[in-house]
Write a protein that binds this ligand. Structure first.
Ligand code: GLN
Length: 492
């Protein structure tokens, strides 16, 4: 079979179960594609052929013994922020270029229990700070739709790997949009779950009160399969929710679009930087949902102007605290020939962290310092609560809220946005993290340069099933999610 990379997760599962192909054949097929194409895309930091083939053989043996699960033998790419025992975990940073974790992240461990085969670790913005994947110490990942464009970030490697058919699905993390925005830029479906739905244990921390792992794939159905693996309570993460998990695959048709009330925030469609093509495609997708029976309801989200300043105080504040552990002493990068302890700290951190990470540590340290703490950090926390209340009020009259995932399509590589220009691009995603809500991106068409546009649907707490179900039904009625990136077409 030459087109294994075209199969959906359900088709892969059925093909493996029906012995149409083995996990070894499937894994070798993906490894060959990676070897052939990934030099152009650079979606992986580390590819792990030996482990992958060993896992594939184990999966095949398990299947022969009749003990296989639904995903036994299906390959996956993990964002390089999830710790993997025995495989390098870099978080896109020079600081962790030599770091091999002694344990697996819970998400990775659950993947192993489910029988997933790890193809490798996907590139990302350094410590997940960024929107382009250009801040990776290992170089920029390319957008499979146009190689001179970015795939978005920070989970840009995960997005590019799936969009180039170099992995059937991938894990990502989303602190302020890092699943939804790269999914949007690469024409994929990506789900940011409710805060606490997926364990953060072994997921390198950026901003702990915002970070959440989730699936990235071609369709809502594929995402549902990975969500079934990732979701659930974990005693090792005190912020993970001790609450039953849905069967996201079984629930794919559980929510009817008929009668669904979709909130359209007035303020969101008047944002200054909103690209005309993005606006048009999103509006067309909403029209389609309306034809399918949904009701569009205009709503107010009055705190929109506060999103960017609030997030860019809270996220760096938490980052400055979390990143203190990288001190050159216990693990990670250490500078050459330190003269004393202070010199070791200073130089290890200035040589090991890139400019964006250093900027955030400085902003965060400033916001948390005595004398500024109340004026900045505490105030931002109060505004955060107002933003959450704004959403909860909206959910009294609507079931989901619609928005673009990003104001633009993918930027050119090297577009050299100023930090503030880049931060403004996060306007549609960051409030969801501040409120801890779930949200999904679905591809809904293309701009004039044939770059993908994404629709975001934001749900109330624990409504992952509903979001996946609505997008699944939209995808049954449309074919945007079946379109393939240029590089995948060329290497069909
Ligand atoms: N672009 C946002 C930032 O730089 C979001 C990143 C993320 O979700 N990890 O912080």
């Amino acid at each position: 079979m030459t087109d294994l990379h075209r199969l959906s997760i359900r088709e892969l599962s059925e093909g493996l179960a029906g012995s149409k192909f083995s996990s070894r054949e499937l894994t070798e097929h993906y490894l060959k594609r990676i070897e052939k194409i990934d030099a152009q895309v650079q979606s992986y930091v580390t590819v792990t052929p030996e482990q992958a083939l060993a896992q594939a053989d184990a999966a095949d043996a398990l299947r022969k013994s009749g003990m296989a699960n639904v995903l036994t033998g299906v390959p996956v790419a993990h964002k390089d922020i999830f710790c993997t025992q025995g495989i390098k975990t870099t978080a896109g940073s020079k600081m962790l270029d030599n770091f091999i974790s002694p344990y697996d992240a819970t998400v990775v461990a659950k993947g192993k229990v489910a029988g997933l085969v790890t193809l490798g670790k996907a590139n990302m913005d350094e410590f997940a700070m960024g929107s382009t994947s250009e801040s990776s110490y290992f170089g920029a990942t390319r957008n499979p739709w146009a190689l001179d464009h970015v795939p978005g970030g920070s989970s840009g490697g995960s997005a590019a790997a799936v969009a180039a058919d170099l992995a059937p699905f991938a894990t990502g993390t989303d602190t302020g949009g890092s699943i939804r925005q790269p999914a949007s830029f690469c024409g994929l479906t990506g789900l940011k779950p409710t805060y606490g739905r997926v364990s953060r244990f072994g997921m390198i921390a950026y901003a702990s009160s915002l970070d959440q792992g989730g699936p990235m794939a071609r369709s809502a159905e594929d995402c549902a399969y990975l969500m079934n693996v990732m979701a659930g309570h974990d005693a090792k993460d005190s912020t993970s929710m001790d609450q039953d998990v849905d069967d996201y695959v079984a629930n794919l048709n559980g929510t009817s679009v008929k009668g669904l009330r979709i909130g359209i925030p007035k303020q969101y469609f008047n944002v200054a930087g909103l690209d005309a093509d993005v606006k048009a495609r999103v509006e067309e997708s909403l029209k389609k949902l309306e034809e399918m029976g949904a009701t569009l309801v205009e709503i107010d989200l009055n705190m929109t102007d506060a999103y960017v300043p609030t997030y860019y105080l809270i996220a760096p504040a938490e980052a400055s605290s979390n990143l203190q552990r990288f001190d050159g002493v216990r693990y990670g990068y250490r500078c050459e020939n330190p003269v004393d302890l202070t010199d070791l700290y200073k130089r290890s951190r200035s040589e090991g962290f890139g400019p964006e990470v250093q900027r955030r540590i400085l902003i965060g340290t400033y916001a948390l310092s005595a004398g500024y703490y109340d004026a900045y950090y505490v105030k931002a926390q109060k505004v955060r609560r107002l933003i959450q209340q704004d959403f909860l009020k909206a959910f009294e009259s609507v079931d989901v809220i619609a928005a673009p995932s990003a104001p633009t399509t993918a930027y050119r590589i090297g577009a050299n946005l100023t930090p503030v220009e880049m931060y403004l691009g996060d306007i549609y995603t960051i409030a969801v993290n501040l409120a801890g809500l779930p949200a999904i991106n679905a591809p809904v068409g293309f701009d004039k340069d044939n770059l993908p546009v994404g629709l975001q649907l934001i749900g109330n707490y624990w409504s992952e099933s509903q979001l996946l179900s609505v997008v699944h039904q939209y995808q049954q009625a449309t074919d945007w999610h079946t379109k393939r990136a240029a590089i995948a077409e060329e290497n069909a």
